[in-house]
Design a protein around this ligand. Sequence first.
Ligand code: ATP
Ligand code: FE2
Length: 329
Amino acid sequence: MDLTCLGIEGTAHSFGAAIVSDDGTIHSNIYSMFSPHEGGIHPREASRYHSEIGPELIGKSISTAQIDPSDIDLIAFSRGPGLGPCLRTTATMARTLALTMSIPLVGVNHCVAHIEIGCLESGFHDPVTVYVSGGNTQIIAYAGKRFRTFGETMDIAIGNMLDVLGRSLGMPFPAGPLVEKEALAGSKLQLLPYSVKGMDLSYSGMLTAAQRLWSDGAPLEEVCFSVQETAFGMLAEISERALAHTKKKELLLTGGVARNNRLTEILEGVASRHNVEFHRVSPQLAGDQGAMIAWTGIQQFQSGDSVEIADSHVLPRWRTDEQDITWRA
Ligand code: ATP
Ligand code: FE2
């Protein structure tokens, strides 16, 4: 069966639309990020941004894919987790399209989609996944029909930690890439709280300590270097343990923070020590975008998992391990 899906992503500050077909071809993947003038993201402002640019980006995803709207068989949308106002705006667009085009609607878990797009790109079947972004930090592996969270942050996500730290350092949002750039010039490791508890980790103590280090006069590159080495070292430790426990043979790095070359290098080391394959999701698929929603939506739909409009309310707190993964053996 030839199936073409329009996937719409809008869980937080980014909005994306993509056309993907069931052979895994990404025909278009258009996205744009709302950047607040100052401070963090305000959910209502971000959702207004989505409603302003959404229709145009959806149109662009269709024209870039060089298809006719009537070629679309399925609408997939990011149903959660995320910011309520953003999720509702995105869901409203998805429902409207599904209704007017009389085609099925699929509600996709955003975190699961980050894993599935990584599997599509790498050809991995059953990885241990390191999912790191602005809102999430999880080590995940598939077991018993679910993506189980083996370890996760007990407080803030790694990307959020980097962004908040960056703001204190005078960097614009998102600060992750700038912290990475500064860290290249650093080599002296300052002691920061290394907080791993069982399979979980914590970044808030490290954030406070790094902010103090900076206000006490440590050089910028030293702060950035120390934060990266410590934060990524914690992720490496948990990933190693997850590989040792699960005996899986693939290690996948996905989410916006996967764009970081130093983290990639560290996890490559973990993979080679454990003799497993490694893949880092490419930059254009690492962050939030519609292709991951469309691709996961196709697999869900093919396994019989679609949603009626009346039941398609959003799920702001939908955890990765709360969904039955019907499409995996
Ligand atoms: P989610 O909803 O999955 O939590 P998100 O809304 O945070 O995702 P993403 O695009 O997946 O969106 O991730 C954005 C995060 O990635 C930001 O915190 C940003 O600072 C971080 N980031 C981007 N590039 C890099 C980099 N090179 N190094 C470190 N962090 C990075
Ligand atoms: Fe994301």
